[in-house]
Each structure stands twice: as C-alpha cells, then as structure tokens.
Design a protein around this ligand. Structure first.
Ligand code: MSP
Length: 519
C-alpha cells in the first residue's frame, strides 16, 4: 500500500507562531491521525522555512548570526507542536544539509536540461529595504511609500525558470485531475489564473544582496530565491524513504495556493521528471475583526495562551469544530467560550460526570451489563450507527466541522436518554424491574460515552485517553472495531470522578455564558 504522505506549509521563522500557524498544524494532524485510524501507513511532515531577506534582516537587527536566530525561532515552532499534541513523524528545516543537497540537485538537473537560463531583470528597487518592489506597492497617486526610501529602476542579471513553456501541460493536467485541489472551487480559480500567459520565474538573487540562501550549484555568485528553496522541502524530507513520494496531500493556506503551490510546484516537479502530488488542501484564514490574523497586522493571537488556559484538546476541538475547511472564520474569545462551555464542559463533561458518579453511587463503581433493550436503548443504538457512518464519511471528505456537530448531537441524545431513564430515581427503588433498568441505563450511558470519545479521538486525543482510563478501558488495536456498540465495558471498574473541562476562571467567564448545573 502506498503510504499516505501529508505535509503542512513550512512556516517562516521571522516571527513567533500564531493561531493561523497552529490551525494548519492541528488540521493536518487531525487528517493524519484519522488516516492512521483508518489503517493507512501515514507519513506526516512539517517544518520551518528559514532562508531569505527578512530572516537575514531580523538576525542583523538583533546582532546575532542568522543560524543562531533561526535555531531559536525554529525551536519555538517545534515547541508549539509538542504543546498541541501534533503527531508529526519528521520536522524539516530548510537550513539542513539534507534539504540543501536536494535543492541543488534539482536545480542542477533543470539547468542541465536547459530549463533554467540567465537574463536581465528590470525592476524598481528600494535600497533602504533591499528589495524589488511591485506595482501593487505604489500609493494610489503612483508614488512609493515613505518606508522604501529612494526607489530606483535597476537592471540586474538573474536566473529564470521556464515556467511559461509548461503552461499548457498544467492546464491539461488540471483538467484531467479535477480533484487536484480541495475545495474544488479553488481549482477553478487556478484555471482562471492560467488564462493569462505565465511569466518565467526569477529564481535567484545575487549573493551580494542576499547572503542567507542556498547557492546555485551552477553559479555560486547567486542564491535560490524563495519558492525554489521552500517548496522542495516536501520532496527532500522523504527522498531517502522508498515509496513515500509523491505526497498524498499538501495542506496549505489559500494565500500560498496560486501561484506557488498550484502553478510553480507541479511545473517544477514535472520539468524535473518527478511525479506530482495527488492533491492540495487549501484552508481559509483565521480572521480577527475581519482582517487576516498575522504578525504584520498586529492582531495575531498566541495559541499557547489558549492552550495554557483551556488545554490542548479544547483548543484543537474549537479550531476543527468552528472552521469549515477552505473558508475563513473569525476568531473570538466569546465564541470559543460558548463552544467550550456548551459542547465540551456541558455536553461531554456532564456525561462523563454522570457516568462516573452514578456508577460509583449505584453499582459500587463496577459497570453492570445491560439486560434490557427497550425502545429508548434501541433508538440510541440506531442513532449511534448512523452517526458513526456519517461521521467517517464526513471526515473522509475533510468536513470535520460537520462531523463533530454529529458527534455532539449524539452526546446530546445520550444525555437526553439519561434524563428519560433517570437512574437517580431508579437507584432509590428496590423493584427488580427498576434495578434491571438501572443497570441498563448505566451500561448504556457508559457505552455511548466510550463510543463517542473513540469517534472523536483524532481531534481530542488526550481527552479520549483520560476518559478511557477512568472507564477502566484499554482500547483495542483496530479503530473501526472499537466503534461497534457492544459490551466491552461490562465489569469494568471506574474511577469516581474526573475533572475534564473546568469552568473558566472569572475574567474568562464574563465573556461566555455560565453553564447551567445538571444531573
Ligand atoms: N514559508 C511559507 C510557506 C512555504 S511552504 C513550501 C509561508 N509561511 S507563513 O509562515 O507565512 O505561513 C505558513 C502557513 O500558515 C501558510 O499555509 C499560511 O497560509 C498559514 N497561515 C498564516 N496565517 C494564517 C491565518 N491567519 N489563518 C490561517 N492560516 C494562515 O507562507
């Protein structure tokens, strides 16, 4: 079986990680964990993009060598992965030898094939910012903003990659592979973009201007510029692992789809004689007050603050539950608290508390067998079978937000079942029929809980483990088998209590609704 190889974009290290970076890693992790559960052999790679002008400038400002600077920031990104329970198999950095070697090999191969040529590059250049400017950088009156200082038109020799000669091939490829990009409406945008003739891609910068990059193997006076370095990480990370390439999916944000991932990358690979990936998943942006969350806008949220306050699982749950993959979402603390309180603390947390509490009170902490199967039990079991099947199909199509909604609806129904059976009343009766119903309701609620948390475990891995532990349950090896309603918990000794999603501390609570007390 071909391994399922999935990647994230590699993050620039000129700033600390923010919520947008965290989301992409969580989304990719959720897909990776889901595919592992489905039996795929998964390879999951993420990393950092460490060359370029901005990094060079940031290091200079701090008066430290660039390598020292990137070592520090890259470590921060890796730390974030640990805190978010990301299950990546590898972490690639573009300053690593294994990567630089592959970039140079590919460049040499393309150069030898005549796909790269040298030509003059004319453009407006800002000496103060040490960068070429684009027409879009101009102010509405046609002048250049103050920050660029003096802007002059200069001509510089550089290396170009023959992108244009592959335009027809790419259009044909996209027409033949209709599902190359998810969501599919983004594929149409790429085809729209390809209606205009492509320009060849400038892939170099003279070393005297940009020191911090990978030297071209055929002309050491130049370094590669941006995408030829960064995109190759996907390939260099697995080049020594037989059978892993091509990638199954690259997960990226919509801002770097066209042209880098949807145009440059397939053409670069095809021109170099390397198979192209199976697909690209382009997610939307986290916004704050309508603007893309980013370091430069100054509205970036530190994901680790939320993780510290609410735990990794609550954070992961919120991101995946809230965002429809591909579309944008506004991040508000209020909405976070609403979901935290109503879905995690009340719906899931409440079922956990009731199950542990009542099993302890009425059954000596040992889960009994269900010996009645009436309409109430049967309809919950039917809902389970439907929920499970729909949930899996939704996850296969990356509709995780709807999948979680279904899982929550099942938990709501389970809590409603508990209300109807009212084991707290049955527990006071000594009638044999009531005792049988009591045992049945305890077994039913515990089994429903076990199933629900098994279902969402790729989103909430730590919570699922904790709940299994207090249910005295060790999950089996095959996820799909775990999802069948049964009697696995019969005779299991449960813990008396578990604090899972504690009520937020007062300042946080002000923004959300206090949870009503139940059960
Ligand atoms: N280094 C390049 C990617 C090279 S991939 C070969 C880059 N880095 S980045 O740090 O700017 O962004 C990394 C990823 O985070 C991108 O996929 C980007 O879309 C994503 N996000 C950055 N801000 C975001 C939001 N506000 N919301 C969601 N994701 C966004 O681009």
């Amino acid at each position: 079986m071909k391994p399922f190889y999935i990647t994230t974009a590699i993050d620039y290290v000129n700033g600390s990680p923010h919520l947008g970076h965290a989301y992409e890693k969580v989304l990719t992790d959720v897909i990776a964990r889901f595919r592992r559960q489905m039996g795929d052999q998964v390879r999951f790679v993420t990393g950092t993009d460490e060359h370029g002008q901005k990094v060079q400038a940031s290091a200079r400002k701090l008066g430290v060598p660039p390598q020292q600077f990137v070592d520090q920031v890259s470590a921060e990104f890796r730390q974030m992965l640990t805190r978010l329970e990301i299950s990546n198999d590898d972490f690639i950095r573009t300053t690593e030898e294994r990567h630089k070697k592959v970039v140079r090999d590919i460049l040499q191969r393309l150069f030898d094939k005549g796909e790269i040529y040298k030509a003059e590059y004319r453009g407006f250049y800002s000496t103060r910012q040490e960068q070429f400017l684009q027409e879009k950088d101009r102010l509405p009156d046609g002048s250049w903003p103050e920050i660029f200082g003096e802007v002059t038109e200069i001509t510089e020799s550089n290396y170009f990659f023959k992108l244009r000669s592959y335009q027809e091939w790419l259009v044909d490829f996209l027409n033949k592979n209709e599902n190359f990009i998810f969501p599919s409406y983004r594929q149409k945008q790429v085809l729209e973009f390809l209606k205009e003739p492509l320009n060849d891609l400038c892939i170099s910068r003279p070393r005297e201007r940009l020191e911090w990059g990978i030297p071209l193997p055929f002309d050491e006076k130049y370094v590669t510029y941006v995408w030829f370095d960064a995109l190759v990480n996907y390939y260099s990370a697995v080049v020594d692992l037989p059978g892993v390439w091509p990638a199954t999916y690259h997960v990226i944000g919509k801002d770097i789809l066209v042209p880098p991932h949807a145009v440059y990358w397939p053409i670069m690979l095809h021109a170099a004689g390397i198979p192209v990936p199976q697909g690209i998943i382009a997610h939307g942006w986290w916004l704050q007050r309508g603007a893309k969350m980013s370091k430069s806008t100054g509205n970036a949220l530190n994901p680790l603050d939320l993780v510290t306050e609410f735990g990794a699982d609550a954070f992961r749950y919120f991101l995946i539950r809230e965002m429809n993959v591909g579309q944008d979402s506004d991040f508000t603390r209020e909405q976070f608290l609403v979901r935290y309180n109503s879905e995690l603390a009340n719906n899931l947390g409440n079922l956990v508390n009731r199950t542990l509490n009542m099993t302890t009170r009425f059954a000596g902490g040992v889960l009994p067998a269900a010996d009645v199967n009436e309409d109430l039990e049967r309809s919950l079991q039917e809902l389970w079978a439907k929920t499970r099947d729909e949930f899996i199909a939704l996850c296969e199509g990356f509709q995780f937000h709807t999948a979680l909604e279904r899982a929550m609806a099942f938990l709501t129904e389970t809590n409603a079942y508990v209300e109807k059976r009212a084991p707290w009343k049955l527990g006071k009766s000594t009638e044999a029929k009531d005792q049988a119903l009591l045992r049945t309701s305890l077994a039913t609620m515990a089994e429903a809980l076990r199933l629900a948390v098994a279902l969402i475990q790729h989103v909430t891995p730590a919570t699922t483990k904790k709940i299994n532990a207090v249910l005295g349950y060790t999950a089996g090896a095959t996820w799909r088998d775990e999802l069948n309603w049964g009697s696995r918990l019969n005779g299991s000794k449960v813990e008396p209590a578990l604090v899972l999603f504690p009520r937020p501390t007062p300042p946080a609570l002000e923004a959300g609704k206090p949870a009503p007390k139940k059960g």
